[in-house]
Unconditional design. Structure first.
Length: 682
């Protein structure tokens, strides 16, 4: 059953055409991921489907009696009610039935006590009870509690006034309210904003089991992989539909782009071939060949010439440059703790944080919202003083900081002035060229920074960081506001960066691709995981390994603090270069603790993995090179056969012509096979 369909939808703003000719259908129960670069028109399309704005032409159909729920990207609840009161208001009908049931119960009791007939009232009571059960009257309060807790609102938040909540908390509360309403069609614009990893996992599971239809916009590729079954991509004003999740889409899109490019090249070659045949026919000067040339020209004029496809449309060009190389020991953190407030009002964020970061490491810091990840970054950058502990910055370290809130930008500056204020040695022409690479073109450079979108501010901050020459990049949620194409370019740039990286991110696709080590921050300290996100989740949630056995226990001078870790170990630096590690007590489990790797063994293992990866990369490169050489040889031979078939002495010789035609068919089939292998190898 079709829930939603669109036919030739178009929308423009002034002279800017966002999209046109968009047609699609959404079946009941579909889970659609709507993607595209920033500015492609994703949110505009969602606004049209939600009835928020009108479209210019075309039409769309929404099935009768479909209840639509829409979470906008900037949706926040603004209310003088408490959190719990706001959620209760969603169930006002059920609460009204409760009141009616209570009233009827009293009335029935009073009338029956004096012997009056209450049969009609009993029927009314039964009907109300059925309605009460149908609307989850016995379970709605548990449902409220479950949704709020899962979206990081513990019971102590229930009686807080909504007006005092942070922007992120209000957005999460708006999502909670929408999920409790259970609309038939759920429209979500960036629902993963302001959610930590644990909350993201819960939302993924919730949406997987959601009974209705979902259309969501997200730049979170991991989230898309887990939740959607179809992808709609808006590109160059058109909509392309793909079956499958994001990973499937990425492969299919690559194949489509390559196929389109091959089709374009094939047509261009055919046009060139026909033009050459026409030229040769005319050159011979005979009447017969002149007529053939004229006939071919007419056929050529009727060809619908394909536009040249592009494999990248307006992508940012990232290339972080490292300044002078730092020492091998980039950063050491000793027993850092942070407490806010004093006396009874004090709150401990974290304690016993030990870090030993080497030059060239790519480290991602994870942990629940509010644990103090941003605070720890600011302590490292000397913007905050820790409650206890100290930091040792390595030789020749030059920090560069990316702030997720863009507070380092001056809203009163224009884009060009913002760059010029910090990089005065660059000429205006050089700065405009750099800004152009980050999609600030023409009059965009004169926009006030305060008027920029979140994505534009992110691009400007990243450009400033890119040319800073820092050799130690500290980044707080750097992929927020970036579209998927820009994220992928950005990730590759970070992997190629020769310096050191310390990043906070909830982007699990990013966490799988970039880091060499993941550090989880908790109130008790940190836990090291030597690998990517999948390795981290495997070890963190693998119940077959008793926690505390596989890892390190960093001790303070008193020996009282412990730091647990799993997997391959990275010893934390201790005062006086003292490194101590031990397993948790194994007496109760009957299992001996696994001894930690020494620093030398860890380096040897790292070199072994790097060597294996390099060998594998060389094999892949050689295989690709062989395939490309075969493609070139086959295409050359195919062109030669085409040329042969155009010769009069060939096409008049039926046997020779048939032989060459058969060879041409074989070569084309072989070329298709090798092209497919080439696509798979990528």
């Amino acid at each position: 059953m079709i829930t939603l369909s669109a036919n030739n939808l178009a929308k423009s703003f002034g002279v800017d055409n966002l999209f046109s000719g968009i047609s699609f259908h959404v079946n009941k129960g579909d889970r659609i991921g709507l993607i595209g670069v920033n500015g492609a028109g994703k949110t505009t399309l969602l606004n049209i489907l939600a009835g928020e704005i009108s479209h210019d032409s075309g039409d769309f159909f929404l099935a009768a009696n479909t209840k639509v729920g829409y979470l906008k990207q900037s949706d926040t609840l603004n209310s003088d009610k408490t959190v719990y009161e706001e959620m209760l208001a969603i169930f006002s009908d059920v609460i009204g039935i409760e009141a009616d049931l209570s009233r009827l119960s009293i009335e029935i009791s009073e009338l029956s006590s004096v012997g009056q007939d209450v049969e009609k009232l009993l029927h009314d009571y039964d009907d109300l009870m059925e309605a009460y059960k149908a609307q989850n009257g016995y379970g709605y309060k548990s449902e409220i509690n479950g949704i709020l807790n899962s979206l990081a609102f513990p019971p102590e938040f229930f009686h807080k006034t909504i007006s005092i909540l942070s922007g992120g908390e209000k957005t999460r509360l708006a999502l909670a309210a929408l999920l409790l309403k259970k609309p038939d069609l759920l429209l979500l614009d960036e629902p993963t904003n302001h959610l930590d990893i644990d909350t993201l996992k819960w939302l993924e599971q919730y949406l997987k089991s959601y009974a209705g239809t979902i259309v969501l916009i997200s730049h979170d590729r991991y989230f898309l992989d887990q939740t959607v079954t179809r992808i709609f991509e808006i590109e160059n004003g058109k909509l392309y539909a793909y079956e499958g999740n994001y990973t499937t889409f990425a492969q299919k899109k690559k194949e489509r782009e390559i196929a389109e490019l091959r089709q374009y090249d094939k047509q261009q070659k055919e046009i060139s071939r026909q033009e050459e045949i026409i030229r040769r026919f005319k050159q011979h000067g005979t009447e017969k060949l002149a007529k053939r040339a004229q006939s071919r020209e007419k056929r050529l004029d009727r060809i619908d010439v394909l536009g040249k496809p592009s494999l990248s449309h307006g992508k940012i060009k990232f290339n972080f440059k490292e300044g002078p190389q730092s020492g091998r020991d980039a950063l050491q953190v000793f027993s850092i703790s942070q407490t806010f407030g004093k006396g009874e009002r004090s709150r401990l964020l974290f304690k016993n944080v030990f870090l030993d970061i080497k030059r060239g490491e790519r480290i991602c810091l994870v942990g629940p919202n509010g644990i103090g990840k941003t605070t720890l970054l600011k302590i490292i950058l000397s913007e905050l003083e820790p409650t206890t502990g100290y930091i040792k910055v390595g030789h020749n370290i030059a920090f560069g900081y990316y702030d997720q809130n863009q507070e380092l930008l001056d809203d009163t500056n224009t884009v060009l002035n913002e760059m010029h204020s910090e990089y005065r040695l660059y000429t205006e022409t050089e700065l405009r060229s750099l800004l152009g690479r980050f999609l600030f073109r023409n009059d965009d450079v004169f926009k006030p920074v305060g008027a920029l979108s979140g994505g534009e501010k992110a691009r400007l901050s990243l450009l400033k960081l890119m040319i800073s020459g820092s050799n130690f990049l500290v980044m707080d949620e750097p992929t927020n506001h970036l579209d998927i194409a820009s994220k992928e370019i950005f990730e590759d740039a970070l992997i190629d960066f020769p310096g050191t990286l310390l990043l906070v991110s909830h982007d699990r696709y990013f966490l799988n691709k970039v880091p060499t080590r993941i550090i989880e921050l908790s109130e008790a300290g940190i836990t090291n995981y030597m690998g990517s996100y999948d390795y981290y989740t495997e070890k963190k949630f693998d119940d077959s390994f008793p926690k505390g056995y596989l890892g390190e226990l960093s001790k303070s001078k008193s020996g009282s603090s412990q730091e647990k870790g799993t997997g391959k170990r990275e010893n934390s630096g201790q005062p006086g270069n003292r490194r101590e590690a031990s397993g948790a007590s194994s007496a109760s489990h009957g299992v001996a603790p696994i001894p930690p790797l020494s620093e030398k063994e860890a380096r040897m293992e790292e070199r072994r993995l790097e060597k294996a990866a390099a060998t594998e990369a060389k094999k892949k490169e050689k295989a690709l090179s062989n395939l490309e050489a075969s493609i070139m040889d086959l295409e050359t031979r195919i062109n030669e056969i085409h040329d042969e078939l155009c010769k009069e002495e060939v096409f008049t010789d039926h046997r020779l012509s048939l032989s060459l035609t058969e060879e041409l068919t074989e070569k084309k089939a072989e070329l298709d096979t090798i092209y497919h292998a080439w696509v798979e190898a990528h």
